[in-house]
Design a binder for this molecule. Structure first.
Ligand code: ADP
Length: 493
């Protein structure tokens, strides 16, 4: 149990620790050291091999020179004289052998060879044939590699000098100490150079100004990285700004909603208090009940509109609810529903034109058109008109996304909107005439919902108006609206 708990803690610790990233300085250092040592070893072995070969051939040449000069001394002497001459020759490390014309060793500085026949030795045979010969071979007597130089004397005997040859491994072994010394010096130099080098390379990287990635002029290889940092920074900045905007927009909207709800609530609370205190007679009671009813309806309208807007903000309308909608039928329905209201205000409603069926969210489109016609009635004058005109438009530069659209124009002959107000009216809770809007049941959210619903269908809405003459809202919706909206819709509303 203890063990597993410990193991778990260890695995958690390992889980939390960030993976170790290699140090650039160490990487540069280890690579340079490895490369330098490799070069040093190659150079030393190469030089040693050449040096060894040169030394060997020099040894052979010197031995042959000595053999030739001794042979000159021995020529013309009797065997006894020869023996006495060679026996006084003492040259450290050089073995002298005198072999008679039958191959028998008659003198040797190595006493073990006396009387042995060396006529079959390659250097002896070669000297008998050619006069002199030198070679390297393993000695049967000594057992190690020797350099031999043999010279044939005038009387047919052979003088042979030999000396031990240093093996290549022994030769390299003798070089080991200087080799290690050189390697140590190389490591030291490489350490200093790589430290300097890595500092030089890392210096500009350390000094990168991440706040302004493209302002850094360092290695060209870093440019893609700096460009991508810059791109990401700009994206982050834009996202932060967008979030900040959305947040302040949300805060402003919430405070507007509570402010709008507070007014009817205060009216309701005030009258409720009067009723409660029994201060109203029967006639007043009926009037007050009417007021409370109106204020409650106003509150309900605001809450309904806020709910629709937040559903649009969250794109919560069912995107699969697009159906093929006959706009003419929708328009007829709207006008029939609003006819009594219009008649009461002495306003004439009319429907013109036809248009193709469109794929859309019918509830949203009906809500948007209904809002526009209601506004046409609400901000009209007695005896005025509201016309809903339908038509199709082929794709051209005027159409959103250049696709075929349904064009819906809602015109009225009402009070009109001043030019500087024409864009503001789409903002949430913006009203030109607050009292008139409230009197007629407006929430200040109608056009915001219209604009959002049109954007939901990737359509556009424009307003043209003249004060005192009337207003026209021109809505264009693609016949086959794709089901994405958001973004711009949320920003502009
Ligand atoms: P409301 O609920 O107050 O009508 P809207 O968002 O529908 O809110 O409209 C915003 C404001 O734009 C209105 O308060 C009104 O002043 C103005 N407006 C809207 N439609 C018209 C119109 N057809 N003619 C004149 N003014 C209009």
């Amino acid at each position: 149990m203890m063990f597993s708990a410990k193991g778990q803690a260890e695995s958690q610790r390992r889980h939390r620790e960030p993976p170790k990233t290699p140090s650039l300085q160490k990487t540069i250092f280890s690579h340079i050291v490895a490369f330098a040592l490799f070069i040093v070893v190659i150079l030393i072995v190469g030089f040693a091999a050449v040096f060894y070969a040169v030394q060997e051939s020099e040894n052979e040449r010197m031995l042959m020179a000595q053999a030739s000069s001794l042979a000159e001394e021995l020529n013309g002497c009797s065997l006894e004289e020869q023996e006495s001459i060679v026996s006084v020759q003492r040259n450290a490390g050089i073995r002298i052998t005198l072999i008679d014309d039958e191959g028998t060793v008659v003198f040797d500085t190595n006493p073990r060879a006396y009387g042995v026949n060396h006529g079959d030795r390659p250097e002896v045979g070669a000297a008998i044939e050619q006069g002199e010969a030198s070679l390297v071979r393993q000695s049967a007597t000594i057992g190690s590699d020797l350099v031999y130089a043999a010279v044939r004397l005038d009387d047919g005997a052979v003088l042979r000098l030999s000396m031990e040859r240093q093996s290549i491994s022994g030769f390299l072994g003798s070089l080991m100490a200087p080799l290690l010394g050189v390697a140590a010096i190389v490591v030291l130099i490489v350490f200093l150079v790589s430290r300097r080098l890595s500092r030089r390379i890392l210096g500009p990287i350390d000094a990168i100004d991440v706040e302004n990635p493209l302002g850094n002029e360092i290695y060209s290889e870093m440019t893609p990285l700096l460009e991508s940092i810059d791109r990401q920074q700009r994206q982050l900045k834009a996202q932060n700004e967008e979030l900040a905007r959305a947040e302040s927009f949300r805060r402003e909207f919430s405070s507007n909603v509570s402010h709008e709800l507070k007014t009817p609530l205060q009216v309701i609370a005030g009258y409720a208090e009067l009723i409660n205190n029994g201060l109203l007679d029967m006639d007043d009671l009926q009037r007050v009940a009417g007021i409370i009813n109106d204020e409650a309806n106003a509150m309900r309208s605001i809450i309904d509109d806020v709910l629709i807007l937040s559903r649009l903000d969250e794109s919560a309308f069912d995107r699969d609810a697009h159906t093929l909608v006959d706009l003419h039928a929708v328009a007829e329905r709207i006008l029939a529903r609003l006819e009594p209201v219009a008649r009461e205000k002495d306003i004439c409603l009319s429907l013109e034109g036809e248009c193709a069926q469109i794929w859309c969210n019918e509830t949203l489109v009906e809500m948007a058109l209904s809002n526009l016609v209601e506004n046409g009635i609400r901000y009209n004058v007695a005896g005025g008109e509201v016309t809903l005109a339908l038509s199709d438009a082929l794709p051209d530069g005027e159409m959103p996304h250049g696709v075929p659209c349904a064009v819906i124009a809602v015109s009225d002959t009402g009070v009109g909107i001043a030019e500087d107000e024409q864009q503001k009216i789409f903002e949430r809770f913006y009203r030109i005439e607050k009292s008139r809007s409230k009197e007629t049941g407006g929430t200040g959210l109608g056009l915001a919902i219209v604009k959002h619903a049109v954007a939901y269908h990737q359509g556009t809405i424009e307003v043209s108006s003249e004060l005192g003459a009337g207003t026209t809202f021109l809505v264009k919706i693609p016949l086959r609206a794709s089901k994405t909206n958001d973004g711009d819709g949320r920003d502009v509303l």
